[in-house]
Design a protein around this ligand. Structure first.
Ligand code: PEP
Ligand code: MG
Length: 308
């Protein structure tokens, strides 16, 4: 029994009847990898690369980028690492991108949109990721933030493949992208839902505005409905659709997300044990039933109650 309890707190993500939901960690650098290991993460579901670019006058050079990426890839040998290309905007301006102030940074040139202005920053980053991946055994997947259209997804996938990287995906953070998840999955290998931004853009509520927390609640049925569209597209195409926003760290929501067709949950390492335990308490059929109840609920409070 003790061995089973230990396995239950360290094994891969599974429902009680063995349906797999990969449990991954969000990291910002190699410094976070030990915590991910301690929590028995199956890999990295979101490697944010902003850290390297912040607070500096010029773009980090090729070698500096390779070193930073390689540290994480090496530590994750044999496991999946989903690395996200630079997510910068006028809300966190980078001097070398020469961004003029924007009246509405959240709606401006941020995430993948920066590549319209400065395509070289993206191609240099992809080249550095490819070089770092080349001498490591990690299973490296690359994704772009703030993608809205099939055109953007197609162009990003082409750039990733051109760099010699085999797996390209996009984040679902904009309702337009969620609505067209099926289309996007024909152009890329996987989707990862960033619920922090998807909430912000679905409810027209600034994610930093505490006063609007009720609108940003991940149990909002409208948000769950957009996630359901993505999950259904994943089931139809057989391609992975994960969640890497804050919603993935809510143990009560984990069975609902699994039931909506989500195949991986990526979160801060400290949230992993409770999410693993919550998944193991439900069969996959129960997850699907809880998902139906939550999406059909009239509001977030009722959605939360419906699964108790
Ligand atoms: C998100 O938007 O949910 C996300 C994971 O990305 P970030 O929080 O870095 O914007
Ligand atoms: Mg985001």
């Amino acid at each position: 029994a003790e061995a089973a309890a230990v396995a239950g707190s360290s094994g891969p993500g599974r429902t009680s009847d063995g349906h797999a939901v990969k449990l991954l960690a969000n990291v910002g650098s190699a410094k976070n990898v030990p915590a991910a290991d301690q929590a028995h993460a199956e890999g990295i579901g979101l490697f944010r690369t902003e850290l390297l670019f912040l607070d500096r006058a010029s773009e980090p050079g090729r070698d500096e980028q390779i070193t930073a990426y390689r540290e994480v890839f090496r530590a994750m040998a044999g496991r999946r690492v989903v690395i996200r290309t630079l997510d910068a905007g006028a809300d966190k301006p980078l001097p070398f991108l020469h961004q003029d102030g924007e009246p509405n940074p959240a709606l401006g040139v941020r995430g993948l949109r920066v590549a319209r202005r400065r395509p070289g920053v993206l191609t240099a980053q992809l080249a550095a990721i490819a070089a770092a991946a080349a001498d490591c055994d990690a299973d490296v997947w690359v994704m772009a933030p703030m993608v809205s259209t099939l055109t953007e997804a197609t162009e990003f996938a082409a750039a990733v493949h051109e760099a010699g990287l085999p797996r390209a995906g996009v984040m679902i953070e904009v309702p337009a992208a969620a609505l067209r998840a099926g289309d996007l999955l024909r152009a890329v290998d996987f989707l990862s839902i960033g619920t922090n931004d998807l909430s912000q853009y679905t409810f027209a509520a600034d994610r930093m505005c505490g006063e609007l927390a009720d609108l940003l609640d991940p149990w909002q049925p409208a948000l769950l409905q957009l996630i359901a569209i993505c999950g259904a597209a994943g089931r139809e195409t057989g391609k992975p659709v994960g969640v890497c926003g804050e919603a993935a760290a809510d143990p009560q929501l984990a069975p609902v997300l699994a039931g909506l067709g989500i195949s991986s949950l990526s979160m801060s390492p400290r949230a992993l044990p409770a999410v693993r335990a919550a998944l193991a308490r439900h069969s996959y059929a129960e997850c699907r039933r809880l998902a139906e109840l939550a999406v059909a609920a009239p509001d977030a409070v009722a959605a939360r109650k419906s699964v108790l």
